[in-house]
Ligand binder design. Structure first.
Ligand SMILES: [Zn+2]
Ligand SMILES: [Zn+2]
Length: 91
């Protein structure tokens, strides 16, 4: 028990965190909501091979970074379902 335990617990309670389903890299929830919380966002500025958020799989609902998602040359795909990843976090 210590100050860090309290801090960690609070962080877990505060919110849903966004992380890559494969490598576990985390993205800032506030920034994620701001950029991808709406709909109609297209992932086009993500560099393949980076640990930036690539998209959410519409089939399994998992999030992947650009390094873990499959890249077809145009779009990112879920490495499991082969569905094209969507940038929007909801819906
Ligand atoms: Zn990853
Ligand atoms: Zn999937």
């Amino acid at each position: 028990m210590g100050i860090f335990d309290i801090f960690r617990k609070k962080k877990e309670e505060t919110g849903f965190s966004y992380a890559c389903a494969k490598c576990g890299v985390r993205w800032d929830p506030g920034k994620m909501e701001m950029l991808y919380g709406g709909f109609g966002m297209v992932s086009g500025m993500v560099k393949p091979g980076s640990s930036s958020y690539a998209g959410r799989c519409p089939t399994c609902g998992k999030l992947y970074c650009a390094r873990c998602a499959s890249f077809s040359g145009v779009t990112f795909q879920c490495p499991k379902c082969n569905s094209t990843l969507k940038a929007a976090l909801h819906g």
